[in-house]
Ligand binder design. Structure first.
Ligand code: AP5
Length: 212
């Protein structure tokens, strides 16, 4: 099964993908996580991606598409994957469709997590992530048991550079799923909209129901 998670920054794509992976066993592929890993490792791709991420802008399509399409050729993506943060536009969606069609697959579900802007700002400002395992927390909505330490692996928690208020404003302008991308999946009859402005468990339950 191949699933696309769509939604604005802070909608809960990463948080829900981690929960759905636990329930479904699907491989979680986040282009944002791939870029951040490259930044940490100091690769050429990481340096290029960082210059866009720090401004809250999209990394160029040719770079992003190449990275993602290479990733899905690995054996662990043979049976399916859950894409988080990809595609962001119809050019990326068409490239993914073509690559999947080439191996007899297609997107089975596109799940759009909808959350209003004012809630997104509060979520991104209070987000903390584990440096080791990538677990996502929120200082008010989903706090760790001990401030600064991950419940799962005891790793150090940090805040993302692009969660600064000035960058968040740009991301909310530029990173929302565009209407033609939503139409792309509506036309393919795989789109479901999920109300993301509820507690974490209710959103997870709706997403799981949509995948049945
Ligand atoms: P990426 O990492 O994909 O960032 P994003 O889309 O901006 O999404 P976020 O990770 O910020 O939000 P999320 O929806 O995962 O929310 P989360 O679960 O953490 O991309 C980063 C950058 O990489 C981009 O800006 C771009 O430069 C580049 N990039 C990535 N993909 C690209 C592509 N395809 N093409 C080009 N460039 C690309 O939740 C947020 C917070 O809210 C957390 O604290 C969480 O605990 C809390 N929360 C979540 N759900 C709930 C809830 N239901 N109730 C209360 N709190 C909640």
């Amino acid at each position: 099964m191949f699933v696309v998670l769509l939604g604005p920054p802070g909608a809960g794509k990463g948080t829900q993908a981690q929960r759905l992976t636990t329930s479904t066993g699907l491989l979680h592929l986040s282009t944002g996580d791939m870029f951040r890993e490259n930044v940490r490792e100091g690769t050429e791709l990481g340096t290029l991606a960082k210059s866009y991420m720090d401004r809250g802008e999209l990394v160029p399509d040719e770079v992003t598409i190449k990275m993602l399409l290479e990733r899905i050729t690995r054996p662990d993506a043979a049976e399916g994957a859950m894409f988080d943060g990809f595609p962001r536009n119809v050019v990326q969606a068409a490239a993914l469709d073509e690559a999947l069609q080439g191996r007899g697959d297609s997107i089975d579900h596109a799940l759009l997590i909808a959350v209003p802007d004012e809630e997104l700002v509060a979520r991104l400002g209070g987000r903390w992530l584990c440096r080791v395992c990538g677990a996502v927390y929120h200082e008010l909505n989903d706090p760790p048991s001990r401030p600064g330490a991950c419940d799962t692996c005891d790793g150090e928690l940090y805040q993302r550079d692009d969660d600064r208020p000035d960058v968040v404003r740009t991301r909310l302008e530029k990173m929302k799923p565009p209407a033609d991308l939503i139409d792309h999946y509506r036309d393919a009859d795989v789109l479901r909209e999920i109300d993301g402005e509820r507690d974490l468990d209710s959103v997870t339950a709706d997403l799981l129901e949509a995948l049945r």
